[in-house]
Design a protein around this ligand. Sequence first.
Ligand SMILES: Nc1nc2c(c(=O)[nH]1)N[C@H]1C(S)=C(S)[C@@H](COP(=O)(O)O)O[C@H]1N2
Ligand SMILES: [Mo]
Length: 372
Amino acid sequence: MVRFEDISSPARLAEPDEGIGPDELSLAARNHGLPLEGLRYSLTPPGMHYVLTHYDIPYVPDDTSWELTVGGHVEHPLCLGMAELRAHHPVTTRVTMECAGNGRALLSPRPVSQPWLLEAVGTADWTGVPLRALLSEAGVRDGAVDVVFTGADHGVERGVEQDYQRALPLDTALGHTPEVLVAYAMNGAPLPPQHGHPLRLVVPGWYGMAHVKWLRDITVAEEPFTGFQQTVAYRLRQEPDEEGTPVTRIAPRALMIPPGFPDFMSRSRVVSPGDVLLEGRAWSGRAPIIAVDVSTDEGRTWSPANLEPPTDHRWAWRHWHVTWTATPGSHVLCARATDAEGRTQPLEQPWNRGGFANNLVQRVPVLCAEPD
Ligand SMILES: Nc1nc2c(c(=O)[nH]1)N[C@H]1C(S)=C(S)[C@@H](COP(=O)(O)O)O[C@H]1N2
Ligand SMILES: [Mo]
């Protein structure tokens, strides 16, 4: 008899003084973030892009026998090989992707899960077939409500054995701007194994959980999808028994490349007195970023940073910079993004039990050393 309760624990919050345990450490060792100095690249080198995988990375050394099925409530179910998918008109979109749990380990109380600090983000050029084209080939029948995406990875989570599955409402699947992609390339090369080789979904502007990797099936459903990753995980809840609201689009965030040089263990920063370039990236999956403000006194006063003008890549982060004249002593630097619909980053933690969509402003403690 398989007893999942022996190996699979329920969601919980850490005790007030509880450190990161072996379970969280084993997740953190598998799922790496973007080293923040990697924010210098407008397009993240693939090995630097953050990775989050709930179960195991499927082994697909050769994609020639990979099949994507499209079925459910459609006129003509499809079964497509990689060559057929590549023969479709390709679309490339530059997308900043962020894990919904980014910032979780900084919350108090801390939801026990993948313990991200702030680095669960990356930007890539994703190339593939518009989902809309595949759904139109299959012919969605009247009465469809959701489109369910299934990955080839399998596991157990809080006692529930499952394939990784997520759904999009049909109107999002068909009407999303820019198009949702069934992607087979990242930065012009086949997807790396950890990013979904050979196929993944890309939903520009949405948190990472929607971008189903190792995509093997698309099913059009007449009933709302109630799978684990849709109705149990990835919901904003204050209490465990609440229905909660779904996690969808990325809240605005600015991150700063920590300036100067780090201490090995504490990663505290050291800068020299004088002019210091403060720079980073800002993004939002809701409305375009219109401002980034920087504080060098822990959020008491703010001044505007120079924001890179809008580019053709609306769904990618934008660079910002400002010069700071550092004076000897300890400082806490912060950056805060605001989007065109007036959303900005809070100074108090936005808390929910999953630790999702938390865009609390970053704090970067810096020691400015006296000259010798
Ligand atoms: N099949 C599958 N797709 C998945 C996941 C997964 O575990 N399995 N993790 C999701 C989550 S939570 C995130 S944040 C993104 C991470 O994508 P990346 O590893 O390419 O950065 O993939 C999403 N797609
Ligand atoms: Mo995630």
